[in-house]
Design a protein around this ligand. Structure first.
Ligand code: SF4
Length: 580
């Protein structure tokens, strides 16, 4: 049964469709790295639908963010429009799905308390959810339809979680703290390159000095004096300490902080008073539970004075991912920027199959000119004003000879600021962190100074009337994340398993993804053309070169960008001729 919702497969789509279907059927792990624009979501969702209809199996399709829910939902709607009936459910955070707009402005924990209060008092007109059948178009229409039918979309979806055959959700429902039984189920993880960051985000606990102060006041106000004095000890600890803190010390303070009774009583009293029953004691309970869990955490106190925040971050997101997915029958990781080898090493995958559609397979080599400049680096130990001047001169040259938009992606705000001082640009230009870029009104020629992993280097499109406005992407330095005690600890925790490769699994992994994301702003499909400039000699070193060889092979290697000036001008002239 063919469920693919389009006339014909585009290049590589059939391979993705068939391999996904086979993996769902036989079980196992499949890694798919395929560029954006190739249509992998349609291929994967169709294969999942075929598998469900033929075997009755269950598939979870998970995405990192709520906006990423749209593509799989849209493709499912396309399939169902052809008369296919599938028991599906779409679920994201309760607050996102809530029908009361005013509740969406509350902090999440306050929102939860308010929602529970409304439900317990029979004051939510959307609760309990009604059984309705929904025409599927997109996520917002799905939610709107349910709200119009007086059926809480979140409660509606939750009630169907265990019986639906296709669950399209955010990562939380698979990777979050709550236990989910994945036995005999299949999991598809979209945007899989970001899974480790997503897991870190899901398990991070942040408690500010203000939160602890409010918890202390509240415990006192409601007469829980013993609890209040223990909370005060935590407050003193946060005030006194800064930087990395010992988990043992922290646990010693919260270990006998029993808040269950106080939380229950305060919520009850507030409910009786008909006010939002949220209490900041809930946050402290979360902190204690995290510290007492089996998860290995790293803890530090950030900020100064009254803005101090205690942060707990999981040390080994890879083991959390493995633990969560160990029962699943099959797991399919898909992404447009998945470094297959680094990813599988980091995750400790031994047996897996993969589809790896490299950049050079998808984008014809004649469509781009790539240059590695050995004359500069942003290596931490070599950063200097002289180096920033050299980089600024190169960027100025790039802007002068580029016929379209230029995106320069810096490894950090620090480097961006350092270089920016020496740049004087006459065309419209923006710097991340200083000005908002009006993406809908970009002129023909412009410059954007972006930061790796920031909002202008990932996920955005620089297009007008379907045409990519960028002609050049310059990657300034290697976008390794800035070294931090947390990242160093993560390397340390991976070292027993990965040895020398542990550093690459943390630092190089992020850098490679950031480079590929930056390049993806210029190359959205095989029709795009442009120049890629790598301003750092480290691109010629083996680890980085081999991780980016599909892009870097055939690059001009120069000691100074000026040596490649004629090549760049020639490239743009011939590209413009072709375009005419
Ligand atoms: S039950 Fe649903 S609609 Fe009602 S407050 Fe909670 S989330 Fe909102």
């Amino acid at each position: 049964m063919e469920l693919f919702p389009y006339e014909e497969f585009r290049p590589y789509q059939r391979e993705i469709y068939e391999k996904t279907y086979t993996t769902l059927l036989t079980g196992g792990t499949l890694l798919i790295n395929a560029p954006t624009g190739l249509g992998k979501t349609a291929a994967v969702i169709s294969a999942a639908a075929k598998y469900i209809l033929e075997t009755g199996g269950v598939v979870h399709y998970t995405v990192r963010t709520r906006t990423e829910l749209e593509p799989p939902v849209r493709e499912l709607a396309n399939i169902m429009r052809r008369g296919v009936e599938l028991d599906y459910v779409v679920i994201k955070s309760r607050q996102d799905m809530c029908c009361y707009q005013q509740l969406k402005k509350l902090d999440y924990l306050e929102f939860l308390a308010e929602c529970n209060l409304l439900k317990s008092m029979d004051k939510c007109v959307y609760y309990p959810p009604r059984d309705v059948s929904i025409p599927l178009k997109n996520v917002s229409a799905y939610i709107k339809f349910l709200c119009t039918a007086y059926s809480c979309p979140y409660e509606y979806a939750k009630a169907r979680l265990n019986r639906a055959k296709l669950i399209i959700s955010t990562y939380y429902y698979i990777l979050g703290r709550e236990h989910i039984d994945l036995k005999d189920r299949a999991v598809i993880i979209d945007e899989a390159h970001s899974i480790f960051d997503a897991v870190i985000h899901l398990y991070t606990v942040k408690v500010s000095e203000t939160d602890v102060k409010s918890a202390y006041r509240e415990a006192k106000k409601y007469g829980f004096l013993e609890e209040a004095s223990k909370i005060y000890a935590l407050l003193t600890f946060i005030r006194k300490m800064s930087g990395v803190v010992d988990l043992g010390d922290l646990l010693g303070i919260v270990e006998d902080l029993d808040l269950e009774n106080a939380i229950w009583e305060i919520i009850k009293k507030k409910t009786d008073e008909k006010i939002n029953p949220y209490t900041p004691l809930i946050l402290l309970r979360e902190l204690k539970n995290a510290l007492k869990s089996r998860i290995k955490y790293f803890s530090e106190i950030r900020g100064e004075d009254a803005t101090k925040v205690l942060v707990l971050q999981p040390l080994d997101p890879t083991s959390l991912v493995k633990e969560k997915l160990k029962e699943a029958k099959s797991v399919i990781y898909i992404s447009g920027t998945l470094p297959i080898s680094l990813f599988s090493t980091t995750l400790g995958l031994i047996k897996y199959s993969h589809i790896d559609i490299s950049f050079s397979e998808y984008i014809p080599r004649q469509n781009y000119l790539s240059i590695v400049d050995l004359g500069v680096t942003t290596k931490f130990t070599e950063r200097s004003e002289d180096m920033y001047v050299k980089i600024a001169q190169r960027i100025a040259d790039i802007i002068n000879i580029s016929p379209g938009g230029v995106l320069a992606v810096f490894p950090s705000y620090e480097v961006l600021k350092g270089v920016r001082k020496y740049l004087s640009i006459s065309i419209p230009h923006w710097y991340e962190g200083s000005q908002e870029v009006d993406l809908h009104n970009l002129p023909d020629r412009f410059f954007i100074g972006a930061v790796a992993r920031g909002r202008y280097a990932e996920g955005v499109e620089y297009v007008r009337d379907g045409k990519n406005l960028l002609s050049t992407v310059a990657v300034v330095g290697v976008p390794y994340p800035e070294p931090s005690p947390y990242l160093e600890k993560r390397v340390e925790s991976l070292r027993p398993r990965l040895g020398e490769k542990a550093w690459n699994s943390v630092y190089l992994y992020y850098a490679i993804i950031a480079v590929r994301q930056a390049i993806g702003r210029l190359f959205r499909g095989p029709g795009d053309r442009g120049v890629l400039i790598f301003l750092d000699r480290r691109y010629a070193e083996p680890d980085i070169w081999s991780s980016l060889s599909d892009i870097l092979s055939g690059s001009l290697i120069v000691n100074e960008l000026g040596e490649a000036k004629e090549n760049i001008i020639h490239f743009f002239t011939s590209v413009l001729k072709v375009a005419k």
